[in-house]
Design a protein around this ligand. Structure first.
Ligand code: ATP
Length: 462
């Protein structure tokens, strides 16, 4: 296969590589797991961190109109009443009457070739009955009912109705409730935005597809406040920024598709939504969302809290509640898209191999340094010296020194395979020529080609 082709990769291949190489493990694995939870291992943490940094750079650091926050996960329950989540954050649930297993009714209808968009639970029940839709096990299904996806918990020592709170199902509300704080502290003029990266929890009826649909995940969200008359242009600019961001992290533009959500199908707060879908190994599914939330949230929180959340427009001498554009990025879905896009197999020098063609911007390691032999003190000593030099050069260029790794375990061939599988773009081998002539061998991940480079020229690799 040519090096640039993306092969069809199976989810099993990706899950297996993630476990084998320490990217992602099943949550609570030694106890048999916990559905809808996954634990990120050392390489997964590094990949996640690179993606978060690139997102924060594009959307916060490189702009003057964005304010970062890190709000508490637990919020006053009145937040979720005002936001509409207590009343309406529900998915349609249907039960297999024989096994009692629960499924998303809309997903079963879609899989049966029907369109459940905009349908009420009663209408979905009717569709199931007319079309004789069965559970995946082939059993009859019960009535469709709404199931609230928020995880409930109790705050404090006593369990009672009064002290119920929820694990946040989105990071967005943590920003709306801080709108006044940001205004009072920084006095920003419209348009301006708030950004946050953090965990969100949803009691998904049927978690599936690895980290695509999970019960605990991370979001990277922006609430961008605008004059009501200016929402269209700003919506367009964020639309372009989504495409720019996927290029930052090495996703393929040809795999990203925009889906304009129709009137009956949008969330309760939205007057316009575009879903950004990506070609995952299991089909085209939502990666990100872009919504025009109008003044719904600030208005709802102003009413709920009895605190004025309006903005005084000095230019026009008028006071109003700003409108809001929300680009929402799921981090775990991003990780899956990045891994699935990068996964490659080929035959290198007569040997089958798997490698991740990750962009150097997100690869956990940029360079791996090896001594040719691990039992030759002169070689390991020199290799560690080269490793340290490269770390210093990286740090000087604003690249985390953790991106330069050192490996002496197993044979050179095994080390190459290992680094290929975690997507390290370059491996630098210190051999006897290094000691005599001051040169090292640099190997390219994608082609396997090797070239001899002077140690002092290594800086150019970064
Ligand atoms: P879906 O229709 O797939 O359930 P959604 O439309 O409910 O997703 P949003 O509420 O728009 O999702 O959430 C914003 C982003 O958060 C999504 O685009 C996605 O990237 C991510 N996300 C939402 N739910 C999950 C989940 N259960 N697991 C992983 N990521 C999620």
């Amino acid at each position: 296969m040519a090096h640039d082709e993306t092969p069809k990769v199976s989810m099993e291949d990706i899950i297996s590589l993630c476990k084998r190489r320490g990217f992602i493990y099943q949550g609570s694995e030694i106890y048999g797991g916990l559905a809808g939870t996954w634990d990120y291992g050392p390489l997964g943490v590094m990949l996640k961190d690179s993606i978060k940094r690139l997102w924060w750079k594009r959307f916060v650091d490189d702009r003057l109109d964005m304010y970062g926050v890190d709000a508490a996960l637990l919020m006053n329950p009145k937040v979720w009443v005002a936001s509409g989540h207590v009343g309406g954050f529900a998915d349609p649930l249907v039960e297999d009457l024989k096994t009692k297993k629960r499924y998303r009714a809309d997903h079963l209808l879609e899989e049966a070739g029907l369109n459940p968009a905009g349908k009420t639970p009663a209408e979905m029940t009717e569709m199931i009955s007319i079309n004789a839709v069965k559970s995946p096990e082939g059993n009859p299904l019960g009535d469709v009912r709404q199931f609230n996806m928020m995880f409930k918990t109790n705050i404090g020592a006593i369990e009672s109705e009064e002290n119920i709170s929820y694990l946040r199902p989105e990071t967005a509300q943590g920003m709306f409730v801080n709108f006044k704080n940001i205004q009072d502290t920084f006095h920003p003029k419209l348009p301006f935005g708030m950004a946050q990266i953090g965990k969100a929890f949803r009691n998904e009826i049927a978690p599936r597809d690895f980290v695509f649909r999970v019960r605990e995940f991370e979001q990277m969200e922006i609430e961008y406040f605008v004059k009501p008359t200016e929402w269209r242009d700003i919506f367009e600019s964020f639309r372009k920024e989504v495409w720019n961001f996927i290029k930052d992290i090495g996703l393929e533009e040809s795999k990203l598709h925009e889906l304009e959500i129709g009137d009956g199908d949008r969330a309760h707060y939205s007057a316009r939504t575009i879903d950004f879908e990506y070609d995952f190994p299991f089909g085209k599914k939502e990666l990100y969302g872009l919504a025009y939330r109008t003044d719904f949230d600030l208005k709802a929180h102003a009413e709920g809290s009895k605190v004025d959340l309006s903005y005084f427009d000095e230019e026009n001498k008028e006071r109003y509640i700003p409108h809001c554009i929300e680009p929402s990025f799921g981090l775990d879905r991003t990780i899956l898209a990045v891994l699935a896009t990068a996964y490659r197999t080929d035959n290198l020098g007569g040997e089958e191999r798997v490698y991740l063609k990750l962009s150097p911007a997100v690869a956990p390691y940029t360079i791996a340094v090896f001594p040719l032999l691990k039992n030759k003190e002169a070689l390991t000593h020199k290799a560690k010296e080269v490793w340290k030099t490269l770390r210093d050069i990286a740090a000087g260029k604003g690249i985390s020194s953790a991106k330069i790794t050192y490996d002496e375990v197993g044979s050179i061939g095994k080390r190459y395979r290992r680094q290929d599988e975690v997507g390290t773009p370059m491996c630098v081998t210190v051999d006897f020529d290094t000691l005599e002539k001051g040169t090292v061998t640099v190997r390219d991940r994608d082609t396997g080609e090797q070239k001899v480079v002077k140690v002092e020229d290594l800086a150019t690799l970064l």
